[in-house]
Structures are given as structure tokens and as C-alpha cells.
Write a protein that binds this ligand. Structure first.
Ligand code: SF4
Length: 276
């Protein structure tokens, strides 16, 4: 019997402050939008070890497991997870995220448990990959994906770029336990115009910066507050440049149209952000 459920995993980063895994939830929203059944295991929020994750997966009987990889320093943890999952399941393993996209050849060489790595925008390519896997290869494998062919990682073709931040109105928050998070991450911009060679932000967006419509940002904040309660919001922005005009528009939406109070600017990790 075919099993068309997809499990998406946010690895356990073991950070003190637990944030919503917004990039993963965007991919989940795109997969659901394409008609797939999706489950999310946020191992970071639930503080799960690889064994705990495998136990959860065995109760789901999924056809695809996707693992988010946003940090190269977590590669050994992800390889261990891939090995454990493959020992217990026949699912296809797909990695997505900036770090695995940049280092696809290294990842596929070091970990033969990985079936595919998405090297383009996950929101557009993962649903096509799901269709490819579930059709048993009857449809053509999408561009923007690498896998091992004849023993070596294939060179992926470039895929077209889209502003997914405006296409997908709300990430799939309903798939996680929202009471576990200390902070809501809300994406406002993705990509960086500097396109430094060594930076993994350069791979999936290729030097383009996608800005999300401030009205949609405000709509998402209102949904989060009304549905899941009041918590700090961190505006996630990949770009090294702080875009004053954009944040003035957002400020207008927040303060004048919605009556929010805010502190500005607040910088956290590599992000430019605003906490309200
Ligand atoms: S985020 Fe920083 S390192 Fe990355 S492309 Fe932009 S400026 Fe370069």
C-alpha cells in the first residue's frame, strides 16, 4: 500500500530560546497547498533525541521524510538522524534548507542515506519532488534537486525564482504545538543582494532579495496573536542591509493601522529584526 504522508523534521538545535521554525512551516504550507498530508516534528521545541524522532516516525508510516538543514555545523547530527531513520523506515529522505543546498555534494558524499537534496526554493521544488516520489518516477524529477547518480552527486540545474513570501499567506502553524515557543519568527525578507560566494544565503535566492508585503506581515502577526496568544515577534530578514523604506512601511502598518507598540531596531544573531 502506498503511503503519501510527508514528515518534516526541524532538528534539535538545543538552543535556550525556542522559536517557531518558520522556513520549515512555509515548506509545509506549500506541500499542503499541493494536496499532500503533512506532519511536522519539531525536535528543537520538543527537545527530542534521534531515537525519539524515529519512534514518532514509526507511528506515522510516511513515504517521505524531509529534514531542514540551515546550519552546516549540525551536519553530523543530521547524518546520524538520517542513518537512524533509514534503518527503521523505507521512506525517501530529502534534505532542504540553505546549508544542505550549498553543500549538497559534500552531504551526498558523506551520507549515503540521503536520497535527494533540494538546492532551490523548497516551497516550489519540494511539492514537485513529492509528486515525483509518490508517482514512482512516472513524472520527471524537478530541476533544483541533486542526488547520487553513478556513485557521484549530480549537478543540479537552476530552477526559476519566485517570491514565495507573498504567495503563501500563512505558514502551517496548525501542524506544531504553538504553546512550546518563546518567540514567533515572522519572515519579512529573504535572500541577500551581496551574494558573497561563501554564504549559504546566496544559493537558493541567488543574490535576489524578496520582500514580503507589509500587509501580509501584519496579517500574520494578527493571526498569531488572535489564535495562539501574545508573545514577542522577531522579524526575520536574511539581508545584511537594513532596508529603511521597507521598515517604515511596516511601521505604518503596525503603529498607525493596527496600534501595536514596538522597539526598533533590535538585532539578534545574523538577523536584522524588530521585536514587538
Ligand atoms: S548575509 Fe552576509 S555573508 Fe551572506 S551574502 Fe549577505 S552580506 Fe554576504
Amino acid at each position: 500500500m502506498k503511503n503519501n504522508t510527508i514528515v518534516l523534521i526541524e532538528p534539535n538545535h538545543a538552543r535556550d530560546v525556542v522559536e517557531t521554525p518558520t522556513d520549515l512551516l512555509y515548506v509545509a504550507a506549500a506541500l499542503e497547498h499541493a494536496g499532500n498530508k503533512v506532519c511536522v516534528i519539531d525536535a528543537n521545541a520538543e527537545r527530542l533525541k534521534p531515537d525519539d524522532i524515529c519512534a514518532k516516525i514509526s507511528g506515522i508510516h510516511c513515504g517521505i521524510v524531509g529534514i531542514s538543514c540551515q546550519n552546516i555545523s549540525e551536519k553530523d547530527l543530521i547524518f546520524e538522524l538520517c542513518k537512524d531513520i533509514k534503518q527503521n523506515s523505507n521512506c525517501k529522505l530529502i534534505l532542504f534548507g540553505d546549508s544542505s543546498a550549498k553543500e549538497y555534494a559534500l552531504f551526498l558524499s558523506l551520507c549515503r542515506d540521503i536520497d535527494y537534496i533540494i538546492t532551490g526554493q523548497g516551497e516550489h521544488i519540494f511539492p514537485k519532488m513529492a509528486q515525483f516520489v509518490f508517482s514512482g518516477g512516472e513524472v520527471v524529477q524537478p530541476v533544483g534537486v541533486s542526488c547520487v547518480v553513478d556513485g557521484i552527486p549530480s549537478i543540479p540545474q537552476s530552477s526559476p525564482l519566485y517570491n514565495v513570501l507573498d504567495e503563501l499567506v500563512i505558514p502551517s502553524y496548525h501542524l506544531v504545538n504553538m504553546s512550546l515557543y518563546d518567540i514567533y519568527n515572522v519572515t519579512v525578507m529573504r535572500g541577500c543582494a551581496h551574494a558573497c560566494y561563501a554564504c549559504d544565503k546566496n544559493v537558493t535566492t541567488r543574490g535576489k532579495v524578496f520582500k514580503r508585503n507589509p500587509r501580509l506581515v501584519m496579517h500574520e502577526i494578527n493571526v498569531l496573536y488572535n489564535k495562539y496568544g501574545v508573545k514577542p515577534v522577531c522579524f526575520v530578514n536574511d539581508s545584511f542591509v537594513f532596508d529603511d523604506d521597507y521598515f517604515k512601511k511596516l511601521e505604518r502598518e503596525m503603529v498607525f493601522d493596527s496600534g501595536f507598540l514596538y522597539r526598533y531596531p533590535y538585532t539578534r544573531k545574523s538577523f536584522n529584526g524588530v521585536v514587538i
